[in-house]
Design a protein around this ligand. Structure first.
Ligand SMILES: NC(=O)C1=CN([C@@H]2O[C@H](COP(=O)(O)OP(=O)(O)OC[C@H]3O[C@@H](n4cnc5c(N)ncnc54)[C@H](OP(=O)(O)O)[C@@H]3O)[C@@H](O)[C@H]2O)C=CC1
Ligand SMILES: O=C1CO[C@H](CO)[C@@H](O)[C@@H]1O
Length: 304
């Protein structure tokens, strides 16, 4: 499952994201996962504003997450970054702010500063220094809590060593091909909740190759879907919920947004949960290959 780095992240059409967030809120979703780098926080904010104005939800009903991008790791840029996110989302505070990756890129300018070989230009800011600055955001009320994303065990330990405000969450790629059992167990032992991203295997990732395996087309998974009279997507999401892992499926299709919410009326047996755990093949759909060589690359030198 080889991959390439692609700055083309927001592949939704104009207006699609606003509509999807409106549909999701109408259907009962309350947790919205955002990031500055997705380039659509304004569109998400428009949907939130509309639904609050309509009286469908209040701000306090929503759990808004966003993420500090790699070009804003320098301590003096952290507050600049969250203020931009708050402005785009149209809110005074968010509930959770994550450091998107442990790797820092050259500050300011392009979100993907590239050298002449098309490789990201790294910065030597250490994520522990960034973390100290993120703690200030909690003290100033810009975010209720702070956390990590794409951090490995050793990197989490380094943050815990210096933290006065502990990370509450680590958002990581997680699905049956990469079930992350060891990292989840470690996070749980430290009181850190885990969020599973790309829970459906991220079929619309811009760097997908035709020869890559498709998680939702997996024969064993499809058999389970038939057995439970559910869809493969619903089995994948239910799997995470039952192991106490938060999950954030992406869809801009109303019928799928609804389908992905309808997972609270059935239960996978313990035997089937264990069976799904056997699908693991260290299959990473989001390996950040182009940042290989960065001293803080999370997947290059550590097993988990
Ligand atoms: N912290 C990080 O570094 C990362 C975080 N994330 C977060 O995780 C979220 C989800 O991950 P993502 O990589 O998008 O991948 P997902 O695994 O959520 O897959 C999304 C894809 O699955 C399709 N899909 C959704 N529901 C269904 C369904 N019921 N049946 C069939 N197809 C379906 C969507 O299509 P369509 O939209 O056309 O309906 C889209 O193509 C992201 O939106 C982002 O918030 C993702 C990657 C990295
Ligand atoms: O959330 C994300 C979506 O994909 C990007 C490309 O690798 C990632 O950088 C990012 O973590």
């Amino acid at each position: 499952m080889k991959t390439i780095f692609s700055p083309k992240l927001n592949n939704s059409k104009k207006g699609e994201v606003t509509q999807a967030v409106k549909d999701a809120i109408d259907l009962g979703y309350r947790h919205i996962d955002c990031a500055h780098v997705y380039g659509n926080e304004k569109e998400v904010g428009d949907a939130i504003k509309a639904k609050i104005t309509e009286g469908v939800v209040r701000r306090e009903d929503l759990f808004l997450t966003s993420k500090l991008w790699n070009t804003f790791h320098r301590p003096d840029l952290v507050e600049v970054a969250i203020k931009e996110t708050l402005k785009n989302l149209g809110v005074d505070f968010i509930n959770l702010y994550l450091m998107h990756w442990p790797v820092a890129y050259k500050e300011e300018g392009e979100l993907f500063p590239l050298n002449k070989d098309g490789k990201p230009i790294f910065s030597d800011v250490d994520y522990v220094d960034t973390w100290k600055s993120m703690e200030e955001l909690v003290k100033k009320g810009f975010t209720k809590s702070i956390g990590l994303s794409n951090f490995n065990k050793r990197q989490i330990e380094r943050v815990l060593e210096i933290a006065t405000i502990k990370p509450v969450n680590n958002q990581i790629e997680c699905h049956p091909y990469l079930n992350q059992t060891r990292l989840i167990d470690f996070c749980k032992s430290k009181g850190i909740a885990v969020t599973a991203y790309s829970p459906l295997g991220s079929p619309d990732r811009p760097w997908a190759k035709p020869e890559d395996p498709s998680l939702m087309q997996d024969t064993k998974l499809k058999e389970l879907a038939l057995k439970y009279k559910k869809t493969p997507a619903q089995i994948l999401l239910r799997y995470q919920i039952q192991r106490n892992v938060i999950t954030i499926p992406k869809s801009v299709t109303k019928s799928r947004i609804e389908e992905n919410f309808n997972i609270f009326d059935f239960e996978l047996s313990m035997e089937d949960m264990n069976y799904i755990n056997t699908f693991d093949c260290n299959g990473r759909f989001c390996p950040m290959t182009a940042s290989l060589g960065h001293p803080h690359h999370p997947f290059e030198n550590d097993e988990f």
